[in-house]
Design a protein around this ligand. Structure first.
Ligand SMILES: *Cc1c(COP(=O)(O)O)cnc(C)c1O
Length: 378
């Protein structure tokens, strides 16, 4: 795929522009860290952890190496592993499932609400067994899952909830920020997330002081004091350089999310204006209680390949999040699912299409894409 081909009019992401906007601040942070000669678990990480936990309105934040490790270490911090089952969405990025697998537990899929694409809380009880220990709701495409309904089921059945907020930095549900809903919540700062590092990075937030302490050990060889190892740990630390960059990006995330939200609204208005009710395209649906971070603008169309080809011919890059649900991935063949096992996830995977949405897009680009999309529909 050509990411910045000559004919590209609207590219999927534009990390170059994102750098230009805050170049002075980032360069200053780079020089500060390089000159300090301190690269691992020092002042920059502490400063970012404090700032991010304040931002999420939660007591603790632990910086780790990436989003997958955030989920994996959080599960381990709650002693979830061998013999346990963890409820996960059937339509998520494979990392949500992999974290469960790494912990030794078994991922048990729950189908989504077809309107929001988030785990359907009404289906949770039907998926429980005597072995169920935890739920991992994902805030897919930037919209928080229904934290209240999920929390109710968890309390009733004494389950741990670990949120996957890799796509929802700065989103909220009933006025509360992501990162503050559940027993722990996990973030990814992969470069193209709403708040991205210059490489891999992640974090876990929690109000639980014991879990915070355990996560600090788990990310650093199971050690609290150098060369003393209380538990079997890992090496998954947030780098000082990444923490310094993220600390700066945190100052801008609200303004970037706001811009994403405005552009998303513009997409919806422009597409609805043309198509009215008899629509061959399903647009994003956001719950009244939710403020989405608009990580992605995902529509559903039939004949997706043709739509995607036509958009490409007009210089518009699109992606699919995600074309194959985890249960149909070769890597999960041994769980025994087949085509038809999880029909909602499978239907969604065939029809969804993510059109470009990032904060450095112009209104003109949104208009261009909206027009091209409408004309490309079957
Ligand atoms: C990006 C992402 C992850 C994994 O994050 P990494 O930093 O790439 O490990 C996990 N879950 C979801 C929903 C994601 O989008």
């Amino acid at each position: 795929m050509s990411w910045r081909g000559e004919r590209t009019k609207v590219s999927w992401a534009n990390l170059g522009d994102a750098y230009e906007g805050i170049k002075i601040e980032l360069d200053e942070a780079y020089h500060r860290v390089m000159e300090s000669g301190r690269f691992i678990l020092d002042a920059e990480v502490r400063s970012f952890e404090r700032a991010f936990s304040d931002y999420c309105d939660v007591r603790h934040c632990v910086g780790v190496g990436n989003g997958l490790d955030a989920l994996h270490l959080a599960l381990r911090a709650f002693d979830i592993g061998q013999g346990d089952e963890v409820l996960v969405p059937s339509n998520t990025f494979v990392a949500t499932w992999l974290a469960v697998t790494y912990s030794g537990a078994i991922p048990v899929p729950v189908e989504p609400d077809i309107r929001t694409y988030n785990m359907d809380p009404a289906l949770l009880e039907g998926a429980l067994s005597k072995r169920t220990r935890a739920i991992i709701p994902v805030d897919l495409y930037g919209q928080p899952a229904d934290a209240d309904l999920i929390g109710e089921v968890a309390r009733e059945h004494d389950l741990v909830v670990i949120g996957d907020a890799a796509q929802s930095h700065g989103a909220s549900f009933r006025g509360r920020k992501t990162g503050s809903f559940y027993d722990a919540e996990c973030f990814s700062f992969y470069p193209i997330k709403n708040m991205g590092a210059a490489g891999d990075a992640g974090a876990v937030t929690t109000n639980n002081t014991e879990i915070d302490e355990k996560l600090r050990m788990l990310r650093n060889y199971g050690s609290k004091k150098k060369y003393e190892h209380q538990i079997l740990g890992f090496n998954s630390r947030l780098d000082e350089l990444q923490a310094a960059f993220l600390r700066i990006k945190l100052n801008h995330i609200d303004e970037w999310n706001k811009r994403r939200g405005e552009l998303a609204k513009l997409y919806t208005r422009l597409i609805e204006e043309v198509l009215k009710d008899s629509s061959p395209v399903v647009l994003p649906f956001i719950l009244q209680e939710a403020v989405s971070a608009w990580h992605l603008y995902v529509v559903r169309v039939s004949g997706r390949q043709r739509v995607q080809d036509r958009l490409r011919q007009q210089g518009i890059e699109t992606l699919v999040h995600y074309p194959i649900p985890p249960h149909l991935q070769p890597s999960y063949a041994d769980l025994g699912y087949t085509a038809g096992s999880l029909p909602v996830a499978e239907l969604i995977s065939k029809e969804i299409l993510s059109i470009p949405l990032h904060e450095s897009m112009s209104e003109e680009q949104v208009e261009y894409v909206a027009k091209a999309l409408v004309k490309s529909l079957p």
